[in-house]
Write a protein that binds this ligand. Structure first.
Ligand code: HEC
Ligand code: HEC
Ligand code: HEC
Ligand code: HEC
Ligand code: HEC
Length: 257
């Protein structure tokens, strides 16, 4: 665990002190014995859903904005799932007889919401909030993998604490200009070139098209980009402009209230 915590901190000592002072942490450790394995696995596996909804189709091919369906992602903790009428605004006309859409029609007629299975979650004792991340220009793919290319959504990252902390210690590697969290998809929409090619033999993924920065290409594939030189300087400037207090961003209380 040493690389999870700052090199200077005495992990055991620190946790013991906090543990005595605040019992939720003790509860946390106990709970995590049960929950951990469930949360760290399942990356990359598609889940059972009432309707085989394809992000690749609706986002890359049709060009729908994330916020059209995940309406609260910029404003609140939860991104949210679309209401049935959002689907029906098109599917009462388009593919209105498709058997795949039967559950959507039924939900609409009976006024019973569709039950989407949540893939991405953190344990109860962890606080997470979408809006602050989106407002700091962090693109969704950083945390969810190549969503715009997913046929069936799957979990793109394991959400271990060390992963959250890596960014909280070095936000300059990830933050973007205000309002830039959706730039990648906007470009894909405009250029219509955002196709991820899979080499069947090698399993290697490649990007086809033009007009994306190197960082956007990497993000598009759902991989982690290592900023360098000017990009890092730009990141550091943004951290200052946003007034992000980097030393405090990995304090336990940020994520564990
Ligand atoms: C902006 C319009 C629009 C919205 C909103 C929309 N869709 Fe679609 N959807 C389409 C179009 C167009 C097609 C595909 C036609 C094609 O294959 O070329 C499609 C295809 C589909 C298919 C495949 C149907 C088949 O028989 O192959 C499913 C399933 C689907 N959509 C589910 C949904 C769900 C669930 C929602 C709401 C969360 C939704 N769609 C919202 C336009 C929309
Ligand atoms: C037409 C509606 C629609 C649009 C547009 C859309 N989504 Fe979704 N999204 C859904 C639906 C429905 C689900 C639940 C079913 C599933 O998991 O595929 C979902 C699920 C997800 C999930 C998994 C949620 C979980 O359960 O953990 C993520 C992450 C996600 N979307 C991200 C995005 C991003 C990023 C964009 C924009 C690039 C986007 N979505 C655009 C409808 C949409
Ligand atoms: C900094 C990482 C991060 C970014 C950026 C991010 N997410 Fe998430 N997302 C998460 C985490 C963590 C969870 C689980 C949260 C929980 O359990 O409350 C999650 C859960 C979700 C869910 C399912 C539960 C919910 O909140 O409704 C959806 C849908 C989703 N994200 C969509 C998006 C979309 C769309 C974007 C971009 C506009 C996005 N996310 C950007 C980390 C992120
Ligand atoms: C890609 C970078 C990145 C990742 C990954 C990330 N964060 Fe953040 N997080 C940030 C940035 C940037 C801020 C904003 C700091 C600021 O503006 O002061 C932030 C702020 C927060 C805040 C403060 C919110 C508030 O309302 O004050 C919480 C809580 C948080 N993150 C939880 C998490 C959790 C939990 C995870 C892992 C599941 C996570 N973050 C993963 C970059 C990230
Ligand atoms: C940026 C957010 C964030 C910060 C800051 C943070 N944690 Fe966590 N913590 C998490 C997440 C996410 C999990 C759940 C990990 C999982 O499910 O694998 C977690 C889990 C834990 C657990 C359960 C055991 C485990 O590893 O799963 C303990 C104990 C814990 N954190 C203690 C701490 C302490 C002590 C600090 C301060 C030094 C701290 N955390 C700071 C996000 C954070």
């Amino acid at each position: 665990m040493p690389n999870i915590f700052a090199p200077s901190s005495n992990v055991i000592g620190k946790m013991a002190i906090i543990g005595v002072a605040t019992s939720p942490l003790v509860a946390m450790i106990t709970i995590s014995q049960f929950t951990r394995s469930g949360y760290v696995t399942k990356v990359g596996t598609a889940f059972e859903q009432p309707v085989p909804f394809s992000h690749e189709h609706h986002v890359t091919e049709l060009g729908l904005d994330c916020r059209y369906c995940h309406t609260s992602v910029e404003k609140s903790a939860k991104a949210g799932y679309p209401a049935t009428h959002t689907c029906m605004s098109c599917h009462s006309q388009v593919w209105s007889n498709s058997p795949l859409l039967e559950p959507v029609r039924e939900s609409y007629e009976k006024n019973i919401p569709l039950k989407w299975t949540t893939l991405n979650k953190v344990p109860e004792f962890v606080y997470f909030n979408h809006s602050i991340h989106i407002n700091r220009g962090v693109n969704c793919n950083n945390c969810h993998g190549p969503v715009q290319a997913m046929q069936m959504a799957y979990k793109g990252r394991p959400f271990q604490m060390a992963w959250c902390l890596d960014c909280h210690r070095h936000p300059e590697k990830y933050v973007g200009k205000p309002g830039s969290a959706f730039d990648l998809y906007e470009k894909i929409r405009k250029t219509k070139t955002g196709t991820v090619l899979h080499d069947e033999k090698t399993g290697k993924k490649e990007w086809a098209g033009s007009g994306l920065t190197e960082e956007e290409q990497t993000l598009m594939l759902g991989e982690q980009y290592a900023r360098k030189g000017e990009e890092l300087e730009e990141g550091k400037k943004l951290v200052k402009e946003y007034n992000i207090k980097v030393e405090q961003l990995s304090d336990c209380a940020v994520c564990h209230h």
